[in-house]
Ligand binder design. Structure first.
Ligand SMILES: Nc1ncnc2c1ncn2[C@@H]1O[C@H](COP(=O)(O)OP(=O)(O)O)[C@@H](O)[C@H]1O
Ligand SMILES: [Mg+2]
Length: 216
């Protein structure tokens, strides 16, 4: 079953079509990678998928329904985004994990919080830690844990390991595979690293001259 589909998507900046008829299908439970040169439109494409930006034309579906029919906040909870530099707020690890719950005034299940943090490879004692004191690799694990806790179904990752050393990079790749297996989380991972795309081993897509090619 497709979780996300794009059909003939066009996105222009200053009159230039950065995405010039992009189509994409990613199925539930898949790990898809998107490679492409710097400036080829990888970030632009990810931003369209969870409505951080809108296309000039074309259609995008999440669970077979147009993304424009979802409440944008609901869509962004279900489609999480992980950036190159981890987006961490001031406060503790716990504050970071539960921010969205406090905004929505929802109850927080501390056992669940701990188990998700540990699943992401960080010890439960970290909950009290100042998040800004974590290493970049740990911060990236924290942003992934936050998405899992929010019950995101699809995680868009924009070069999630490009600020990390090799050891942390491989660790994050293993975490992606583990969450894909255990939580049935679907991933779209933008990387400029073909070897990483090969290691991840899922559907491999490539963006060039405004078009997406690969196993589409
Ligand atoms: N908000 C914007 N305004 C104008 N140009 C933009 C904007 N966002 C991206 N671009 C341009 O679109 C092209 C693709 O950018 P981007 O999607 O960030 O590429 P990538 O992530 O593949 O490196 C670049 O030429 C960039 O300058
Ligand atoms: Mg980019």
């Amino acid at each position: 079953m497709p979780i996300i589909e794009a059909r003939n998507v066009v996105k222009r900046f200053d009159g230039k079509a950065i995405l010039n008829g992009v189509s994409l299908t990613v199925n539930e439970g898949e790990i898809a990678s998107i490679t492409g040169a710097s400036g080829s439109g990888k970030t632009t494409l990810l931003r369209l998928l969870n409505r951080l930006d809108d296309p000039d034309s074309g259609r995008i579906f999440f669970h077979r329904k147009s993304i424009f029919e979802y409440d944008p906040l609901e869509l962004r909870r279900r489609i999480g985004m992980v950036f190159q530099l981890p987006a961490i707020f001031d406060g503790t690890v716990l504050d970071n994990l539960t921010f969205a719950f406090r905004i929505r005034k929802e109850n927080i299940d501390m056992e669940k919080v701990k188990s998700v943090l540990e699943e992401a490879g960080l010890p439960a004692e970290y909950l009290k830690k100042d998040a800004s004191k974590l290493s970049v690799g740990e911060k990236q694990r924290l942003t992934i844990a936050r998405a899992v806790l929010n019950n995101s179904e699809l995680l868009l990752m924009d070069e999630p390991t490009s600020a990390l050393d090799m050891e942390n990079t491989l660790g994050i790749e293993l975490l992606i595979k583990k969450l894909n297996r255990l939580e049935r989380l679907t991933f779209i991972i933008v990387t400029h690293n073909l070897e990483q795309a090969n290691r991840l081993g899922g559907k491999q897509l490539r963006i060039k001259d405004g078009k997406l090619t690969g196993e589409n």
